[in-house]
Design a protein around this ligand. Sequence first.
Ligand code: NA7
Length: 865
Amino acid sequence: MRTADRSVHGGKIMSKSDVDVVVVGAGFSGMYLQKRLRDAGFSHRVLEAGGDVGGTWYWNRYPGARCDISTTDYQYTWDPELHEQWSWSEKHAAQPEILRYAQFVAKKHDLYSGIDFDVRVNDALWSDDTKRWSIHTSTGETIVCRHYVMATGCLSVPKEPDIPGADRFRGDVYVTGRWPHEGVDFSGMKVAVIGTGSSGIQSIPLIADQASKLVVYQRTPNYSIPAFNGPPPQYRVDRLVADRAAYEAEARQSASGVPITMPTVSALSVPRETAWELLETAWLKGELLETGIVFTDVGTNRAANDVVAEFMREKIRAEVQDPATAELLSPRKHPYGTKRPCMDTNYFQTFNRPHVRLVDLNTSPIRTITETGIDFGGESHDFDAIVYATGFDAMTGAIVNVDITGKDGVTLKQKWEHGPHNYLGLTTVGFPNLYMITGPGSPSVLSNMMVSIEQHVDWITDTLVDLRDKGFDTIEATPLAEEAWRKHCTDCADITLFQETDSWYMGANVPGKPRVLFPYIGGVGRYRRICDEVRARDYLGFVLEGAGRRQLNDGPIREIQPDVEMVLDMMATLGLPPIESMSPADARAFSDASSAMRPPGPAVGEIIDGTLPGPGGPLEYRLYRPSTTGPHPVVVYFHGGGWVFGSHTSDDPLCRALCTLADVVIVSVNYRHAPEDRFPAAADDGYAALRWVADNAAALGGVPDRIAVAGWSAGGNVAAVAAQLARDNGGPTLRGQLLLTPVTDGSRQHRSHDENADGYILTKALMEWFWNHYADPEDRSDPRASPLLAADLTGLPPAMIVTAQYDPLRDEGDAYARALESAGVPVQHLRARGHIHTSITMVDALPSGVAPRRRMADALRGFFA
Ligand code: NA7
């Protein structure tokens, strides 16, 4: 199929070699983009290497190829008529039906006439003089365009067979991602399949139906869920019929692009029988995403993940008759979900068939492929055909395969040598007016692609319209925004288990590829909100130029830790009354109730509750002892709660974490609370408790001269004050002070009080409420209330101060760190990027707190080293 050299566009004849936009690829992305560009009046060319529309569904014609997202969701939403005109025969449609759907849409919207088929882009060159791209194609044509869009798909370049002797084999060779259009009849043939990812797992049962002998070569066993294919799921159909718009809106704001009920329980918080019941219900749905979202922590906690992994292994054992084969098919090394789980029909059962054999390449590696077959593990087998189901150069393969040269002669391949640095997964610095659809740094392969494709196409088209309307010719991301996006993507990846696994998500399947998590794991809804916000903030992170004008609106789009943001979003939906509107009694009850719902924290060797004498009466304490052999150094810990609420047990998970991580005894001490006991009661109690613990260290199982103080928030204030009082009142001598987001100055305003006044749990109003309960204004400049104001800060013990970026108290902590340093006190200052006042204390709830807590524990170890 070829189009004419000139086309009628918007009533005028356009030159086909000079257009507004060139789009590469006519899969679902390119097709929708073409529709939008045409409707918006942009001249354009769509270049497609294949002979028809459909992209991945044009190429992947291997037996059993199906989508793994239900067809209720794996379809376009932009044309409501399609829902009346097209109906899917199955929940997981097979490749021919999906290709027919693409063709149907292309015909309906007259897309064929605007696509050049069988054309590859050889290279693309940006000219900073003309502000245009020159695209050179395999047909020898040069097309000049203002904007250039890679709609090339994430899994479109099959990985080269990287097995010795691969080119020697004289029998038939097939690659799943480049399957012959006429199909293959394996009847009576001896067949080898190499690879057990989705393509292998889908095709193996059907190849086994025909072949006389089938040997499957497996390097890594995969998790696979039975598809239980049939009609589209009725409960989804019912919801679509009842309110399609609401369903689609929910999909767009969801985590993965499919409406789904998000979990509320940890896999570690329920007994095994309950876990199994919940997993069984999800498993029976036969939907890819269900099993992975039964529990909150499957993606972030290895122990929680093991619960699901073991459930899946049990299913394999139930299906596969030979226990040794079942074990070989059971994934043990990689956490569930860190390679894309597969959907299958009779995959595991296939290995019960007498003519099917599984070979574990870890114990029987392929020595070489020969002219007639495969030599492996000391055996030699002849085959009529070898099927490579060995995967793709995913995410970036198709993009960097085209020689794209941006500003200053730098190619994209060169720029991405160490990782696919980009902004929003849509654009990249140094390559103005170049856009990627579902590129690295966007949710893409971790989502329902249809939802992600539509979102990218809409964003790109809306942006092009904005540029045109405002008279700008070019748009380019800024280095600052790109680097901030890289950090945000890394923050998201760091709290997951993905990095533990060698997967194509991590670029690990292709030798020499940089090892980063290529797709954005922060979720479809969050990602959409971010992209929308970039536009709403007038292209934050972009420089726009044209007609002698330049608009630079620089800045990072997201710095908050992703799990912290999730907590804030969740709290916003609860509509809780502000604490400062409560009485102290109600605030205490509220705080206790919140604490009761959190994960308990790690087990410690021993817990002892006791009391110690304080100036105003006995003070309760809780001692946490590690399971290692003592005596241990002792840390006297003071809880948070604004001097008004909390207790010696209220920071229990944090105390447990510090005890185990730092291998120290923690003695968490209660102190008198305001407003019943106002300043300086807490300060007096803190110092008295410190003295008592130091005097009784040996009896408590500690080392007498190895004492430190620690505290969080108001407890950080009590700890800092206790350290000063110890210096000034004859001891004890402290080895260190660990202050987590401490209050250090109640006498004046700091910038962060206003910058982070609202929206981050601890608010400016709440801080004032705490101070009003605790201390009269004239007392607040007393160093026992505001340790920052002490006339002399020399001679204090080494400090570790942790401040959080989005904490109203941030600048107080920063100021104390600076002041101590100026006074010659050794200070480690951890500025916890993207954290809020409370997040580092949320043990086992917020994975992003793990790293800062480790640093805190390291500091404690360092104090005592
Ligand atoms: P995948 O998921 O990358 O699977 C490829 C498989 O091939 C996987 O089991 C690989 O083992 C195996 N492989 C790759 N190279 C070799 C060599 N040299 N020797 C032996 N085995 C090898 O690709 P698919 O096409 O199955 O699926 C891709 C996506 O398409 C899928 O996730 C869905 O989204 C649709 P490894 O795991 O690397 O040890």
